[in-house]
Ligand binder design. Structure first.
Ligand code: PEP
Ligand code: MG
Length: 324
């Protein structure tokens, strides 16, 4: 079966009715880019930078980060979306451990962009390294755990400041480095039309979006039976985000696990998603589904499915299109 899939490695992901879909890879290490290439991913939709900070006592400085990002950027064909540090909660590292009492609710605490906006040296150092690496490829900067327009704008202003500063220093950078927001907090999905006026792209992080929407700790085995990507609240937030992006004319991707799970691919196509980023091992299987899909028909069917207030009816209608 995998041999059969690999035959489509270099085919573009175009649906039966002619819609072009972008299949991108999620990577964590520079070596992962080889696997992404091997399966024919068109670029990287999520490069998690936390790994550079793990298993060590001190923070990597600007040059070390620059070297690491450069080697990944040069190894990737196509666009590469690099996420700024997403530390805290489920992603703890020794080098960024803070003194003081442990937060009582880390997932709702000082993590990701919040931590970066508090520790400006940490953030600025990473931004400078990323902007320098942008000279070597099509870099996009993605901000995790955005919960308001003000927060996004503050971060974007800091990035702009560093760009101006680097320019003054005569440092080479990419001409255009889009800055986008991860949509993984329900507030960001609900406020997506406002955010879309400032962000240059969205990427939906379903792992956290589901956790926060359904109020279930993503790492807690006792309640993981409640973790449901098909919950109508989750589906509505995804739909709102895609619609807001479409209306504002900015690209919307999805980089949470849901994007790489073949059982949801037809649903996401029906919701209008055209950029999927996933673990490289899922790319070929999802591509197979896209090649077979009639997206216009799926859009009608998913619209119809979501257009009911009867939960059983919703599930039945999704079933009819092979979902759930
Ligand atoms: C997500 O939350 O869906 C996501 C892609 O990020 P992470 O799993 O790294 O939190
Ligand atoms: Mg996340």
């Amino acid at each position: 079966y995998r041999r059969m899939l690999i035959r489509h490695k270099d085919d573009p992901a175009i649906s039966r009715d002619g819609v072009k879909v972008r299949l991108l890879a999620n990577i964590e290490l520079s070596e992962d880019s080889k696997e992404a290439k091997r399966v024919g991913a068109e670029g990287v939709g999520l490069y998690r930078t936390e790994f550079l900070f793990m298993n060590r006592k001190t923070l990597p400085d600007e040059n070390e980060q620059f070297e690491a990002y450069s080697s990944v950027v040069s190894a990737v064909n196509g666009p590469i979306t690099i996420r700024t540090l997403d530390l805290g909660a489920d992603k703890q590292v020794d080098s960024a451990n803070r003194p003081g009492p442990k937060p009582s609710n880390p997932a709702l605490g000082l993590r990701a962009i919040r931590l970066c906006l508090k520790d400006l040296d940490l953030f600025r150092t990473q931004i400078r390294a990323l902007l320098r690496a942008s000279a070597l490829g099509q870099v996009q900067i993605m901000l995790p755990m955005i919960s308001s327009t003000a927060e996004f704008r503050q971060a974007r202003r800091l990035i702009e400041d560093e760009r101006v500063q680097l320019h003054r220093e005569g440092v080479a950078m990419g001409a255009r480095v889009p800055v986008g927001a991860m949509i993984e907090v329900p507030a960001a999905a609900l406020a997506a039309p406002m955010l879309a006026r400032h962000a240059q792209f969205f990427s939906i992080g379903t792992n956290d979006l589901i956790q926060y929407t359904l109020a279930i700790d993503r790492g807690d085995d006792e309640i993981n039976y409640l973790y449901d990507p098909l919950h109508p609240a989750v589906l509505r937030l995804i739909r709102m985000t895609i619609e807001a992006g479409d209306q504002a004319g900015i690209p919307v991707a999805m980089c949470g696990e849901m994007a790489g799970d073949p059982q949801y691919a037809r649903l996401l196509l029906g919701l209008g998603l055209t950029e999927f980023s996933m673990h490289p091992s899922s790319v070929l299987e999802v591509k197979r589904i896209i090649l077979d899909a009639d997206i216009a028909a799926l859009r009608l069917a998913v619209d119809h499915a979501l257009n009911t207030t009867d939960i059983h009816e919703l599930q039945d209608r999704l079933h009819q299109i092979g979902i759930g």
